[in-house]
Design a protein around this ligand. Structure first.
Ligand code: SIN
Length: 495
């Protein structure tokens, strides 16, 4: 299916950059083909932008900045609310666009729209709460005040796995704070970002406050380099791999930008011997198979206590083997295609390596291609037993529908293994022992811990990691602060 043959509002299907309130082609008039991951076929084309387009976007954003930062928080909140209303009203259209270019089942794509919209609503509400402080003066005749000011132009670089939610959770707090935004969506999923920009335009966000440029994998680095080098861009907010996060940190060192980096995960999921096994299986299903395992908080290493290993594996395999693999628009599909063939190759490499090193294949373990799942990028939901730390999947994120079960025998041992990774985004554990819950939650070295819960993400909670999973928090009241500078005003001569 091509994007234009989809039954969606035609003005949401944009094939141009949005810069300074104008829809336009890349300066070089170059194009990037957007591909349906289910069929591998082209569905639309968008500009393949370069550094000159990125600079145009920066110019538009910095010209819009003085007027935007001078508006009241209440005014910005009202516009964000308008944006929110339009996103929610366009759920069906946006979900179809997400599914078409990203591949997740339509039901999940609707969920993503609601999830992304919740950040816009949340930050509309938070905009009016960017409070400062009055500090009791340390010297008579002085007033010591703290105010929060917008950082300036923000570059948002967003991933393909949640093309709407990740842009919403970066752009909404930036705009709420009084910053203006230049955004580059991932090359696999630009259409959703452009649709979101169209809705921002319709909501009345002033020209230049929200700009989107699209670029291919080959041109992405050059486009982003123009932002890294530009001192008008004061902040980079990025979700993606740790390798790229480090490049952004290095690349922005000369202009010392503030960074928020939401990077790789390699999350551990621990099932203790005192866990409610059925609840743990359900929690793992939710956490692992959301978006076909393509999320940065997907459990990558599942540790199960020896005493409950057999029963947990039995219940899990029954649930995983029943998952339905198919295209996003087929009712009942639970696992769509992976984003591209590179993703499938990585999954195959991990499974082959694990089996060669002694893992037992409990279900799945190969690509799927049949009359329903008819493209090159489907992979069977898979469970591997008896995984060990010598396997590639113990240290690299698989980013696919593969569960690897590791056996453990003591709390001390499993916490050590869980933390034995450079990453620290999310961890999960299931236990009914109250003292263990407090102990393990404290000892896990991650930014997020799911305790007897597989689905923790929420606009009201801080999302982000420690160690090489990055820094900065998205969502919650902490999320607004990432886009604000703290200014201290010291007024003397008042005695
Ligand atoms: C991500 O995978 O980058 C984000 C997932 C989430 O928000 O839950």
């Amino acid at each position: 299916m091509s994007a234009s043959s989809m039954q969606v509002r035609s003005d949401l299907l944009r094939e141009q950059n949005f810069i300074g309130g104008v829809w336009r082609n890349a300066r070089e008039d170059a194009w990037l083909e957007v591909v349906d991951p289910a069929s591998g076929k082209g569905i639309a084309r968008v500009p393949d932008s370069g550094a000159a387009d990125a600079r145009d976007a920066t110019r538009a954003a910095s010209e819009a900045l003085p007027a935007w930062r001078a508006t009241t928080a209440r005014y910005r909140a009202q516009l964000l609310k308008q944006w929110h209303v339009r996103i929610v009203a366009s759920t069906e259209d946006l979900a179809k666009i997400i599914s078409l270019e990203q591949g997740k089942p339509l039901g999940e794509a609707r969920g993503e729209v609601a999830y992304g919209a919740s950040y816009v609503e949340w930050f509309a509400e938070e905009a009016v709460r960017a409070y400062g402080d009055i500090i009791p003066a340390v010297v008579a005749g002085r007033r010591m005040m703290v105010v929060k000011e917008p950082l300036g132009v923000v570059a948002a670089i967003t991933p393909w796995n949640f093309p709407l939610a990740m842009l919403a959770r970066k752009a909404a707090p930036a705009l709420a704070a009084g910053c203006t935004v230049v955004a580059k969506p991932a090359e696999d999923t630009p259409l959703t970002a452009l649709a979101l920009a169209r809705l921002a335009e319709e909501a009345g966000l002033p020209a230049g406050t929200m700009n989107v440029v699209t670029a291919s994998r080959a041109n992405a680095a050059g486009t982003v380099a123009a932002w890294l080098a530009d001192s008008r861009v004061r902040k980079i907010t990025f979700t993606g791999s740790t390798a790229v996060g480090k490049e952004l940190a290095r690349g922005s060192a000369d202009t010392l930008k503030k960074l928020s980096l939401e990077l790789g995960g390699n999350a551990p999921f621990i099932v203790f011997e005192d866990a409610d096994i059925k609840a743990a299986v359900e929690g793992l299903m939710r956490a692992k198979f959301r978006n076909g395992g393509q999320t940065c908080v997907s459990p990558n290493r599942v540790y199960v206590h020896d005493a409950v290993y057999k029963e947990f594996a039995r219940q899990l395999v029954a649930r995983v083997a029943a998952l339905r693999v198919g295209p996003a628009n087929l009712p009942g599909s639970e696992i769509g295609p992976m984003i591209n063939f590179r993703a499938v190759e990585k999954i195959e490499r991990h499974v082959r390596d694990a089996v060669a090193r002694g893992a037992t294949l409990l279900t799945g373990g190969q690509p799927v291609q049949n009359e329903i799942a008819a493209g090159p990028n489907y992979y069977a939901p898979t469970v591997l037993g008896e995984a060990t730390h010598s396997m590639a999947l113990a240290s690299e994120e698989t980013f696919g529908p593969v569960v690897a079960l590791f056996r453990f025998r003591s709390e001390e041992e499993v916490v050590r293994h869980a933390n034995d990774t450079p990453y620290g985004l999310a961890a999960y554990f299931y236990s009914r022992d109250v003292s263990r819950i407090c102990r393990v939650a404290e000892r896990l070295e991650t930014g997020i811990v799911g305790i007897n819960e597989g689905a923790f993400a929420s606009e009201a909670a801080p999302f982000g990691g420690i160690k090489e999973s990055g820094y900065g928090r998205e969502g919650s009241r902490y999320g607004l602060d990432e886009f604000l500078a703290t200014k201290y005003l010291c007024q003397g001569g008042l005695a």
